[in-house]
Design a protein around this ligand. Sequence first.
Ligand SMILES: Nc1ncnc2c1ncn2[C@@H]1O[C@H](COP(=O)(O)OP(=O)(O)OP(=O)(O)O)[C@@H](O)[C@H]1O
Ligand SMILES: [Mg+2]
Length: 281
Amino acid sequence: MGSSLSAARGFFDLFDRTPTIDNGSVDGRQLENFQGQIEFNQVEFSYPSRPTIRVLNKFQLTIEPGQWVALVGRSGCGKSTVIQLLQRFYDVTHGKVCLDGVDIRDLNIHWLRSQFSLANQEPILFDMTIAENIAYGKVNPSLEDIIEAATKANIHQFVISLPQGYETRVGAKGSHLSGGQKQRIVIARALFRQPKVLLLDEATSAMDSYNEQIVQRALVQAQTEDPNRTSLTIAHRLSTIHSCDVIHVLSKGHIEESGTHTELMQKHGLYYHMYVQTTIE
Ligand SMILES: Nc1ncnc2c1ncn2[C@@H]1O[C@H](COP(=O)(O)OP(=O)(O)OP(=O)(O)O)[C@@H](O)[C@H]1O
Ligand SMILES: [Mg+2]
């Protein structure tokens, strides 16, 4: 139990770190009836350690409530940075980021972060059981809900094949599991929380294409079942984002192209060229 507690503290240390954020943010307001609208308004951003390099420049992006949006672009173009800014791990250098029209700097930072569930390329697992990892942070979770999330993330069959099932401990940082299994548990955790905004940053990158397709289908299904959820997906494998409502292509610090998969393919621009290249690879 001691190790579970210290793992839990590690989690909070990680997610509550506030490198450039002032302490006043805990006094900020909460939105009573947050709809899930997100807007980046003329955002400029440089990391504090590299002030001369502008990662985002005149970055403009609006995500409507319930929309399922994909953000794509070359490695290092700033996609994960967008997600970091949204959760306020850093503040913008100029411009603003708003939720339902309210600048996130005016919002209570704990409330703000509780609106998002993030599954990313490097899953964070604790030395606890699989059930505890999926239901992380929830007091008295129901096993039924845990199984439902695990089934959607296509990890349930694997879990029940283990001698101790959901009570199996995953080891330090999930070392008893493969990369793809860890990612599926983190997706299950993200779905279990039923967030207002789901953030997926290369969340299926360690899976083989069979499992990736199943998880992608489950995510499409989850989005259809809860049309009020706003989702932002980042993916290199462009075949995984075909069914998103809109795809934005990030290049040179801002959105260069937007549209559905079909629209962007017809346009023969950046997306088309990325698509052709990734399907050849
Ligand atoms: N903490 C940091 N401090 C300084 N620079 C950073 C930091 N994190 C990222 N960068 C730089 O900011 C730029 C954008 O990084 P980011 O991680 O947003 O790219 P990305 O589009 O997510 O790339 P990938 O597809 O490889 O994940 C890169 O040039 C990167 O080197
Ligand atoms: Mg990234």
